[in-house]
Design a protein around this ligand. Structure first.
Ligand SMILES: *Cc1c(COP(=O)(O)O)cnc(C)c1O
Length: 369
């Protein structure tokens, strides 16, 4: 039992020497932040990699999302999902907007567009869906509804780095999308994030907002913040970008092994395989239906923990059940999200996870059932 702990993820580390080479010129230039050379280089490299026309880098994904909300001048209510990380909802609330929770699809756990229309009021200004686990939202249905009602669409694509829909970059849907480059994500810059967007005019707005609203040497025309990405982080991003395809390929191997071992087990629901979608295998969520599997998600979680294997209950509790929100919301109004949050467990998945460890995790799950 004295094995090294296995966590749900492990940051991918590029070769140390390559990182040193990447940052060495900074000791000459001493230009460490504020749109430095590496920042510019990474912006372009990511526009190409993500197949998006425009991209603006940020210090992290959360501030990126928050600034995008401000850049779109949203006011009133934003329809979003309760089945997500705290960041999505907090970004709405901290901008003085009201989140309205829409239920999710039972197969891919993203916002269910069939539940969307009835939540639209004259106060609704935008839809903020999440490509949760890297699963693609029903982007076409959401676009149709948004157009019909004149609503903005801002995607939380924090999990969806490199995902494509019939060859089209996931960051090209809606008005804008937020990517997170946090160390626990598929692709990372240690801390970091980006907004991708279609309207080139957003570029200036976002750039000013992340730099205190400064628009010129003697002019400040917006109440901005400080959300810039520095050169050391951009350097990590440039080096990690050389290894991202390999990382995703290794993740696919892990996901394949989980599928081989667990797909026939009664009472388990594995992640969906969406047709036409290039996946990134960011997460491997398994839903445990206790009526068929006989053990609950919490029992599986505990059994793995005794073997030093630390799966995570992403996303439990629902955001609408957080202490800071539960007085204002009733989670029974999003029953699919509630059902899912109580039964889902994301199993460890990362590029360097040994297939022998995947087998050990599967053996443990099969033994306790
Ligand atoms: C990680 C994450 C964020 C926030 O990204 P950070 O880079 O950590 O600020 C937002 N939304 C979701 C769904 C996330 O998983």
């Amino acid at each position: 039992m004295n094995r090294n702990p296995i966590y749900v993820t492990k940051a991918s580390m590029p070769p140390f020497e390559e990182y040193l080479q990447q940052i060495a010129p900074l000791w000459e230039s001493a230009w460490l932040t504020n749109n430095g050379a590496l920042h510019k280089q990474l912006t372009q490299a990511l526009e190409t990699r993500l197949k998006v026309p425009h991209l603006c880098l940020f210090a992290n994904g959360h501030l990126a999302l928050s600034m995008a909300i401000r850049a779109l001048h949203l006011k009133g209510e934003v329809i979003t999902t309760p089945f997500t990380f705290a960041s999505t909802t907090h970004a709405i609330v901290e901008n003085g907007l009201k989140p309205v929770f829409c239920d999710i699809d039972p197969q891919n756990y993203t916002m269910n567009p069939e539940k969307l229309t009835s939540l639209i009021t004259d106060k609704t200004c935008a839809i903020l869906p999440v490509h949760v686990y890297g699963n693609v939202c029903d982007v076409d249905a959401i676009e149709t509804i948004a157009k019909e009602h004149g609503l903005h669409v801002l995607y939380d694509a924090a999990h969806a780095f490199g995902v494509e829909v019939n060859g089209r970059g996931i960051g090209t849907f809606g008005d804008a999308s937020m990517f997170s480059f946090h160390a626990t994500k598929v692709y990372h810059t240690v801390e970091g994030g980006a907004i991708t967007f279609a309207d080139p005019a957003l570029d200036r707005t976002l750039y000013h907002l992340k730099n205190f609203g400064i628009s010129g040497p003697e002019s400040v025309d917006a109440v901005g913040s400080n959300a810039k990405m520095g050169e050391l982080h951009a350097a990590m991003g440039l080096v990690n970008l050389r290894y991202i395809d390999e990382q995703i390929r290794l993740r696919q191997k892990v996901a394949e092994r989980y599928r081989e071992r667990l797909s026939e087990v009664k009472g388990l629901r594995l992640p969906p395989v969406q047709s036409g979608i290039k996946r990134n295998d960011a997460y491997f969520p398994v839903l445990f239906d206790e009526s068929l599997f006989r053990k609950t998600r919490d029992e599986v979680f505990a059994a793995l923990a005794t073997q030093n294997i630390h799966a995570r209950k992403y996303f439990y509790p629902l955001v609408s059940d957080y202490a800071c929100y539960r007085d204002q919301y009733d989670s029974s109004l999003t029953p699919v999200a509630q059902y899912t949050a109580n039964r889902i467990l994301t199993l460890p998945i990362y590029g360097s996870l040994a297939l022998a460890d995947v087998d050990r995790i599967c053996d443990l799950i099969l033994q306790i059932s």
